[in-house]
Design a protein around this ligand. Structure first.
Ligand code: BGC
Length: 448
């Protein structure tokens, strides 16, 4: 039976805005999320991340949690506006030092740091200059990458440029559910283009400073047609091009997927080859996987004409997302088959479920999350057996945190956070994961 490689990274992931709190401390500049969350009506319950998990002040305790869980790697993101309050120009040393201490703290505990440059918290000062719509952003992003690589390049072996660029464009510029809250089909293609250019520029910048392993993180949701009708099949294809291929085709094939002009009509200004510059060889791809989509044709479903069809009998998360482990194996195989066999890290995988209150003795029982982790780790192992070059797995998330516009209602943590007291409690899923890690996956067979 296939087992996980000896040097497989077993980790957990977080992002700066979602956990740090203290967004303006020690000279940090505001981010678009800070601004968005403080705009009335933008987030559920008017939630913001002014405190969040207070990780900016409790980071050592959180690193101890990683060590208690026996994890061998930690994926975190860097808040651009802590390091460069205006997004460019003057460096805020105190902000930079925070991440240097975090990295040293990881290394002291024998945990491999995996840093993401951009997890959605653009400095507000750059949004004032057009943000992801301004072609200068490739240069701003590359300069920011250079600042970090100069200071941390020798200590951080794994760098990701952008987390889920599709969500940045889709939620930030097409639907407006995320910061900066624009809903404009003419802006979406421009944001996509600048995200790709910025990614490529940052890869060059990181490598110029000696960073060894550089990659991109995308979120992928396999798309299936609800029937064999040609309409449903075509709707599926459009959904696939719109989401799963939008960033990967440019990055690995140097061209935009074919169906974008059909989806966006006159709002899509780019020819297929317009993004050849995005094709920069990567050391790894980060894949975030949560769910799949079964779709049927429905011309009113904006923008692809593909309407998700809820699957009867499926387990769903509190986000409404279907739990479907075979699609996890399928998507990892799809990446390998379509783009070639390259090292892949699962940079996020996890689930939001209702967690019962802490029981006597402080236990948090979360059996649905345990099942999710078990079934998805087995699915990851199936992908390894099928020849996927899988190098590591990061559970999303280390901590319950601020789930963007959804606030604190969606709990994804393997560690429970009491947001009144900031007390952390490892959930049953965290205990389960600890055993998996300690046994390098062997314990998965016990309860399967
Ligand atoms: C993001 C995380 C988010 C998670 C759950 C991913 O899209 O990278 O920041 O919390 O999914 O929605």
């Amino acid at each position: 039976m296939t087992s996980f490689p000896r040097d497989f990274l077993w980790g957990a992931a977080t992002s700066a805005y979602q956990i740090e709190g203290s967004p303006l401390a020690d000279g940090a500049g505001p981010s678009i999320w800070h601004r968005f969350a403080h705009t009335p009506g933008r987030t559920r319950d008017s939630a913001h991340a002014d405190v969040a998990c207070d990780h900016y002040r409790r980071w050592e305790e959180d690193l101890d949690l990683l060590a208690q869980l026996g994890l061998t790697s930690y994926r975190f993101s860097i808040a651009w506006a802590r390091v460069l309050p205006e997004g460019r120009g003057a460096i805020n040393r105190t902000g930079l030092d925070f991440y240097a201490r975090l990295v040293d703290g990881l290394l002291a505990r024998g945990i491999v740091p995996c840093a993401t440059l951009y997890h959605w918290d653009l400095p507000a000062a750059l949004d004032d200059r057009g943000g992801w719509l301004n072609p200068d952003i490739a240069g701003w992003f590359a300069d920011y990458a250079t600042v970090l690589a100069k200071v941390l390049g020798d200590r951080v072996p794994l760098w990701a440029t952008i987390n889920e660029p599709w969500v940045v464009a889709d939620a930030g510029y097409l639907f407006g559910a995320h910061a900066p809250g624009h809903a404009n089909r003419y802006e979406f293609p421009i944001a996509v283009h600048q995200l790709l250019r910025a990614h490529a520029a940052a890869v060059h910048a990181l490598r110029a400073e000696g960073a060894c392993q550089v990659g991109l993180v995308v979120n992928l949701e396999p798309k299936y047609a609800a029937s064999e009708s040609p309409e449903d099949q075509t709707a599926r294809d459009r959904a696939e091009h719109y989401m799963n291929r939008l960033f990967l085709d440019p990055v690995f094939l140097g061209r935009y997927p074919d169906l974008l002009p059909e989806i966006f009509g006159d709002a899509w200004p780019h020819g297929p080859e317009a993004i050849a510059e995005a094709r920069v060889p990567l050391d790894f791809l980060g894949v975030n996987y949560y769910t799949r989509n079964v779709v049927r044709s429905d011309p009113s479903a904006y923008p692809t004409g593909a309407r998700p069809v809820p699957q009867p009998g499926a387990t769903r998360m509190t986000t409404g997302w279907e739990v479907h482990p075979p699609s996890f194996t399928a998507v990892l195989r799809w990446v390998t088959e379509r783009y070639g066999r390259l090292p892949i890290y699962v940079t996020e995988n996890g689930a939001a479920f209702y967690d019962p209150p802490r029981a006597e003795g402080g236990r948090v029982e979360d059996p649905l999350r345990v099942n999710y982790l078990r079934s998805h780790l087995l699915a990851a192992r199936d992908a390894l057996a099928a020849g996927v070059d899988l190098r590591g797995y990061f559970a999303w998330s280390l901590l319950d945190n601020c789930e963007w516009a959804e606030g604190y209602r969606q709990r994804f943590g393997i560690v429970h956070v009491d947001f009144e007291t900031q007390e952390r409690t490892i959930k049953a899923s965290g205990e389960f994961y600890r055993e998996v890690v300690a046994s390098r996956g062997a314990s998965l067979d016990a309860g399967a």
